[in-house]
Design a protein around this ligand. Structure first.
Ligand SMILES: [Zn+2]
Ligand SMILES: [Zn+2]
Length: 149
């Protein structure tokens, strides 16, 4: 397991080196922190995992934005407007089922990007990006609700 993570970290670092972004120590910490979780995490959790001080939360957000623009991070919007983040290997674009109670996520390997590209092209839209997350209640939360707690 750690081996896979190491090689993923290496390939992500390569992506940064090949991009206009500078690879700073903090950016590397944030990237490693993202890799400590198999699930999407919040900027706050990333800051904690990277052992960065509270004041660095803005830096974490800025870094995530920068990673988003070069495509090594995906954003998982929640229904309440907050966002979770996860690293994405090149060409590993995917979506999620998101529990609206506990924010647990499950990978959803379904995407309409080809169709969306086609439709965008038809109306002259370029540089198209899309967001598609599916919200529901996970089995554990469903059970907790059913048992009245
Ligand atoms: Zn849940
Ligand atoms: Zn997609």
């Amino acid at each position: 397991m750690p081996k896979r993570k190491d090689s993923l970290l290496e390939s992500l670092i390569r992506c940064i080196r090949e991009s206009p972004l500078r690879l700073t120590k903090k950016r590397e910490l944030i990237l490693s922190a993202l890799l400590t979780s198999d699930r999407p995490v919040s900027a706050m959790q990333i800051r904690e995992r990277a052992s960065l001080p509270e004041g660095d939360l803005v830096t974490v957000y800025r870094t995530l934005e920068a990673f988003l623009t070069i495509g090594i991070v995906q954003r998982v919007p929640l229904e309440n407007g907050a966002c979770l983040y996860e690293v994405t290997a090149p060409h590993d674009h995917h979506h999620h089922f998101v529990c609206r109670c506990c924010h647990k996520t499950e990978r959803l390997d379904l995407c309409l990007s080809d169709e969306l590209e086609r439709r965008a092209q038809a109306i002259g839209f370029k540089q198209v990006a899309h967001v598609m997350e599916v919200y529901g209640v996970c089995p554990e939360c469903e059970e907790a609700q059913a048992s009245g707690h």
